[in-house]
Write a protein that binds this ligand. Structure first.
Ligand code: MN
Length: 754
């Protein structure tokens, strides 16, 4: 039997092997905490003390209980904890391993565990207890179904899976003590559920062991025959293997390379399966033995292979580079098969020590590494790989949506792992939203995000992502970042990209508005257009820029658009410069424009709602098409459109009349506009729903609702912000509200500034 099949709890220093006569001394040794302490040297002293407390508690809880073997029950939790310690799991996991059967078997309550050991440990134990209740039964359920259910419960915290696998490993090692009638069920459950999970998680050593132990108990006779055959073959080949090892050692010594050479033997189960699948006899299995070379770093792997290929002839087509292309569970290695002495083919695996840790321990390598080098890229990579393997399992099950619904991965609490529709995994900080996701893929995708689906369902862009979400971003070429996104994005990348876009957008829009305003002001001076781009005009622009202090023309126009500079003053200066250079103003144009300006208050800018940052609609009066409007060029904030009768606008006009310009609605506004209404209703059940449906029937979207606080009174004022096309649309909506039962009055709200 190979070494991996030995239970780790078996103490090598045990002086008296357990026998039927006097197992007491050995039992006491295996049942003591001392058998564990040697493996726990990676824990801090306070952590170690915590684990010791958990041991004492478990020891007391299981007092008087025996395993099927007759040993004290506590030997089992100790063995499970020992396996977890092999993986260098943290103190919480070790405590949970020691306590894992206490909840169910000993009448200990979860509350008690929380009080004694804290909630994280209690949650782990609880998770394990729940797993125990999921029993796999091939006769009643389809295999995939059970597989999935099992995972649903497990994926909450990967430590639960690892403790469970350690638990199952020990139970399998001691299955011989269990009544034979139970072997088939337990062994097939192990083979069909636990061994594949161990494989997916890259726990290859555990995987091989679980497979072999299942095989042994499912087919005891076949196992025994093969074991004998393997033993004979091993003896026959011993000299050959020795010879190859010697030759390989010599080759690397003369190449001056440091390698660690280990032998490896195919497991009984994999020999059995190969014979079964390919209809081969035992004698036809030629790749039973192999060697594993461990080298310091990745480039040494390839050098070592070169050295081997000089020593023995490679078998064509047998070379596999799992370093460049790792297996899904993270396994990396070079494989090559060589023709050794007397024509025997031998497989060699070549990898680094780090790859070896992953190859044997898979996801547990996360802790093995964390213990030594936290924050290494290896640690992060392993997390992603583990999730990738979960995804593969999910692909094998049918109902993906339900699966992910329940999967909560708390392996890396600062991050969420989500998937693109093509199953690429993306790590985002916890709290990240759909928009963060879009920018994480590409800034172009972020900038054009219009809508999103999470797990196939349409969601708002501010939706926070959960582990396992499959996120699909819908883009549109006309879509653009919205300033409101800044209030919910979590990643610096999304934030800076949105800011950048808005700034650029504001610049170009303000420049356009500035140009419009300056042209209008120039016409009032009798100048039809900007000076054309010849040398004279270049001189005029230069002089103008010297006057305003701007670096270039577009900066000046942006300043005008943002209201930092008054168009009229700049226009007057330009008119003066032009006449100095001999260009006379057009008197007819000047007269007409000035007359128009007089009659309409000023020259006019047309608005249609398609403006973004450069034009704002005042929230005090919320003007809508049909309202008479005025424009206020705030300092640095661009053009703010108010209703002419807005009290706020009037006050501003008294102080700052030269900043007002004429604005008019376009004949065809491009969107709906927000406005406020007040609906006075009789208090009563379902009133709000009736009002909301009346608004919906009028096709007026509700943007915001503010309820009155006077619930005790008979009537109350509901304040809405709704989106309407124009005054006529608003009037229709108000009329529909008036006709709604319980509504006493519905009117437009202009109160904010009054
Ligand atoms: Mn157990």
């Amino acid at each position: 039997m190979s070494a991996i099949l030995q239970a780790p709890s078996a103490s090598p220093n045990n002086p008296s092997p357990p026998g039927p006569g006097g197992p007491a001394a050995a039992n006491a040794a295996a049942a003591s905490f001392a058998s564990l302490t040697a493996r726990l040297d990676y824990l801090s002293p306070p952590d170690l003390e915590q684990v010791r407390q958990a041991y004492r508690f478990a020891d007391e809880a299981h007092l008087g209980q025996l395993r099927n073997s007759g040993e004290p029950y506590i030997t089992h939790p100790i063995a499970v904890a020992a396996q977890c310690a092999e993986w260098k799991l943290d103190a919480q996991a070790l405590m949970a391993a020691l306590l894992h059967d206490a909840l169910e078997d000993c009448g200990v309550s979860k509350a008690e565990l929380i009080e004694r050991f804290g909630s994280p440990v209690a949650e782990l134990v609880d998770g394990l207890t729940k797993l125990d209740k999921l029993q796999f039964n091939t006769r009643e359920e389809s295999q995939a179904e059970s597989f999935r259910k099992m995972l649903l419960a497990m994926a909450r915290d990967v430590r639960v899976i690892l403790i469970k696998l350690a638990d199952r490993s020990h139970n399998m090692r001691t299955l011989a003590d269990v009544p034979r009638s139970k072997w088939a069920r337990i062994a097939s459950e192990t083979q069909e559920i636990y061994a594949p999970i161990a494989y997916r998680l890259g726990l290859n050593q555990t995987y091989r062991e679980l497979q072999d132990l299942s095989f042994r108990h499912l087919h005891p006779w076949r196992h025994a025959v093969l074991e004998k055959a393997l033993e004979r073959a091993r003896n026959r080949r011993r000299d050959l293997i020795q010879k190859v090892r010697k030759e390989v050692e010599t080759a690397f010594e003369s190449a001056n390379m440091s390698v660690r050479i280990g032998g490896r033997e195919k497991t009984l189960y994999s020999i059995y399966r190969k014979m079964d699948e390919k209809h081969l006899s035992f004698a036809q299995i030629t790749d039973m033995y192999g060697f594993r070379l461990l080298v310091p770093n990745q480039s040494d792997c390839y050098t070592a292979m070169g050295t081997l290929h000089q020593l023995y002839k490679p078998v064509p087509g047998k070379f596999k580079d799992h370093i460049a292309i790792p297996k899904l569970n993270g396994y990396q290695s070079l494989h090559t098969t060589l023709v050794g002495p007397s024509g025997v083919t031998i497989e060699f695996q070549i990898r680094t020590e780090a790859m070896h840790v992953v190859a044997e321990s898979g996801v547990a390598a996360h802790w093995l590494y964390k213990a030594n080098e936290p924050d290494s890229p290896m640690t992060a990579r392993l997390g992603a790989q583990w999730l990738q393997s979960l995804l593969d399992i999910q692909n094998e099950t049918r109902d993906a949506a339900e699966f992910w619904d329940h999967v909560k991965v708390d392996l890396f609490p600062d991050a969420v792992y989500v998937f693109t529709p093509k199953s690429r995994i993306l790590a985002l900080p916890r709290g990240a939203t759909v928009v963060d996701f879009a920018y994480a893929i590409h800034s172009d995708i972020g900038d054009r995000t219009m809508a999103a689906r999470v797990n196939g369902e349409q969601v708002p862009l501010r939706t926070e992502l959960k582990n396992g979400d499959v996120v699909e971003v819908v883009t549109a070429s006309v879509s653009a970042p919205n300033p409101a996104w800044l209030s919910f994005v979590r990643t610096g990348r999304a934030r800076s990209k949105i800011r950048h876009h808005l700034k650029t957008l504001a610049q170009t829009e303000s420049e356009g508005l500035g140009e419009k305003l300056l042209l209008q002001a120039l016409r009032a001076e009798g100048i039809e257009r900007f000076p054309t781009d010849d040398s004279t005009s270049a001189g005029i622009w230069d002089k103008l820029l010297r006057f305003t202090g701007n670096r270039n023309r577009s900066e000046l126009l942006v300043d005008i658009g943002l209201g930092k500079r008054i168009a009229g003053i700049v226009a007057k200066r330009m008119a003066t410069l032009l006449s100095e250079s001999g260009e006379k103003p057009n008197a007819v144009l000047m007269t007409r424009e000035r007359f128009n300006a007089e009659s309409s208050g000023h020259s006019t800018v047309i608005v249609d709602g398609s403006e973004n940052a450069s034009v704002q609609y005042a929230s005090c009066c919320r003007p809508i098409p049909g309202d008479v409007i005025v424009g206020y060029l705030g300092r640095g904030e661009g053009l703010v459109v108010h209703a002419e009768d807005c009290a706020v606008a009037r006050k501003l006009h008294n102080k700052d009349s030269e900043r007002f310009i004429g604005v008019e609605w376009s004949d065809e506004p491009t969107r709906a506009f927000e406005t406020g209404i007040v609906v006075t209703v009789n208090n009563g059940k379902g009133v709000l729903a009736r009002v909301a449906s009346a608004l919906a029937a009028s096709e007026a979207d509700i943007i915001h609702i503010d309820m009155g606080q006077e619930a005790a009174q008979e009537t109350t004022d509901l304040r809405f912000v709704i989106a309407v096309r124009d005054r006529q649309h608003l009037a229709t909506a108000l009329r529909n509200l008036q006709r709604t039962s319980s509504v006493l009055q519905a009117r437009r709200c202009t109160a904010a500034g009054a």
